[in-house]
Design a protein around this ligand. Sequence first.
Ligand code: ATP
Ligand code: FE2
Length: 330
Amino acid sequence: MTISEPIILGLEGTAHTAGVAVIQGKQILLNESSTYFPPQGGIHPREAANYLAKQFPKLIEKIFQNLPFKADKIDGIAFSQGPGLGPCLRTTATVARAVSLKLNKPLLGVNHCVAHVELGRTITPANDPIVLYVSGGNTQLITFLNGRYRVLGETLDIAIGNALDTLGREMNLPHPGGPHIEKQAQRGKDLLQLPYTIKGMSFSFSGMVTAAKKLIANHSISDVCYSFQEYTFAILAEATERALSCTKKGSVLLTGGVAANAHLQNIIKEVANEQDSSYYVVPRNLAGDNGVMIAFAGTHLLNSGDILPIQKSQVKPRWRTDQVKVRWIP
Ligand code: ATP
Ligand code: FE2
């Protein structure tokens, strides 16, 4: 008799996106999400949390109406326990506890960054890659070593997505700025000079945003966008290349919201070629935050007996990638 893979409900809610999904093994059975776009400026944590509180009941109802089996077949409730915005995390944790109690199924506390990695390991052939995780809140080079995902390099201030969104706001582009900057950059011709801020394996972007803002007055938006992408992506490429070269891991996985950027994809693909390594990227529709990635990571937690008692389910807004004990990889 073969034991069937567990069925996991995944709840994502670290910042702007309420995501609810049901998976079994590597199969995505249902996936719903809803993303908050602030009317102006950046994301206000309390407003985003209010948005999540309104969206989760609707999304969960839709998922349960479409379940191809009875809800008691669900084996575990995975939720994004951190890192993220405190009010958003608390809202999501409250929803997860309620569903867990109602269905009497175990709660699984997932690290959001690890979930981005596990999504890539599940839906691409990448097994033990160098991970370039690029999003609005995080920018890290990650790889597995001795029971944990180690951070080989990371941003010392703001994330690449945050940098793109901040610059986008200065240029009156809609939020989030990342995809709009990508479009503008395609029309750029002149490479304008910016600082190149890499420090060992780590990097920083906030000074580059300040420098780019100063260029807006005298240059076209498309040239500023083009130059900003070229400089920041070159920094990410340099650190990724060094990580591949030093570790000889033989593959690279691009994940997180900014992984949707086609130009960054091409650059990292080239780096992988140069290093005789395989290149993988998560598909655009799953690059940003979603419930699927939380459910995939939750499967590993359940399979390794890592169940979270409700009384220990406080959220962890600053939970680092390298603090998670990865018991599911031998
Ligand atoms: P995390 O909590 O992992 O930091 P997040 O809250 O930033 O995640 P994601 O959905 O993973 O959420 O990433 C959103 C970011 O991705 C935004 O900064 C957005 O500008 C950026 N982004 C989305 N599409 C593109 C694109 N095509 N080019 C560049 N950036 C993009
Ligand atoms: Fe994310």
